[in-house]
Design a protein around this ligand. Structure first.
Ligand code: PEP
Length: 249
């Protein structure tokens, strides 16, 4: 069965509640005919505003992070049950900004992926190599290490409940995009790693992220192993984001 395209908007630390509401009200009529999974990832403070507006539509809501424990003395953190209570369906885990600025480790991510799945939240697990690793020919080694550790607690059919976002660090927010060939080759490699772990790799959705825009989306999304996009900058504008959703068909 063909994989349903998956287009996600990562707003990062952008948009107040009022701005989030305005975005969703503009976006919904523009994407009414889409057959794709459309996911919006607002900051924690705007989750409820987006959840309430998307009821009855195809839009799913994802948080941008969560803690691996359900509750406890972790000041400033939010847990999977707290997100589920808000009717949030998914969570971004391991975004490179969290790895780089907040010390997110692969070991913590392995626990977060398990906790998200246990709470019935769809993990959107981000992996990707630095520019130095790509230039040094170490892309596959880096990705394999991230995937083996981050997915260490997930087996069998559960592997395809995870959405994987391939986000080369050198392409995030830089305006530099991986070529369609690079995106295809690397997403196919990721699928092979999951296949070797015993997952139903043909069901797994793998997204490309890194300076996706309406102008380059169609070419990237036409690659056989690129099942969608995780979009940052271009997802702040509802018209641009709708253009990317349209490109997915
Ligand atoms: C991202 O934040 O996940 C991302 C891919 O950002 P951008 O589209 O701005 O490169």
């Amino acid at each position: 069965m063909p994989r349903t395209p998956y287009i996600a908007a990562n707003w990062k630390m952008n948009k107040t509640v009022a701005e989030a509401a305005e975005f969703i009200d503009t976006l919904l009529p523009r994407i009414a005919a889409t057959q794709s999974d459309v996911v919006v990832c607002p900051p924690f403070t705007a989750l409820t505003a987006v959840v309430e507006r998307r009821y009855g539509t195809a839009v799913k809501v994802a948080a941008q992070n969560m803690h691996e424990e359900s509750a406890g003395a972790f000041t400033g953190e939010v847990s999977a049950p707290m997100l589920v209570e808000l009717d949030v369906e998914a969570v971004v885990l391991g975004h490179s900004e969290r790895r780089q600025y907040f010390g997110e480790t692969d070991e913590a991510l392995a626990r977060k992926v398990v906790a998200a799945l246990a709470a019935d939240l769809e993990p959107i697990l981000c992996v990707g190599e630095s520019e130095a690793a790509r230039d040094g020919g170490e892309t596959e080694e880096v990705l394999e290490r991230q995937l083996q550790t981050d997915l260490g607690g997930v087996e069998g059919a559960d592997l395809s409940r995870v959405v994987i976002a391939y986000e080369p660090v050198w392409a995030i927010g830089t305006g530099r995009t991986a070529t369609a060939e690079q995106a295809q080759e690397t997403c196919a490699f990721i699928r092979d790693v999951v296949r070797m772990r015993g997952g139903a790799a043909d069901d797994l959705r793998i997204l490309y992220g890194g300076s996706v825009k309406p102008a380059n989306a169609a070419e990237l999304l036409s690659q056989p192993d690129v099942d969608g996009a995780l979009v940052g900058g271009a997802a702040l504008d509802p018209e641009d984001f709708a253009g990317i959703v349209e490109a997915a068909g």
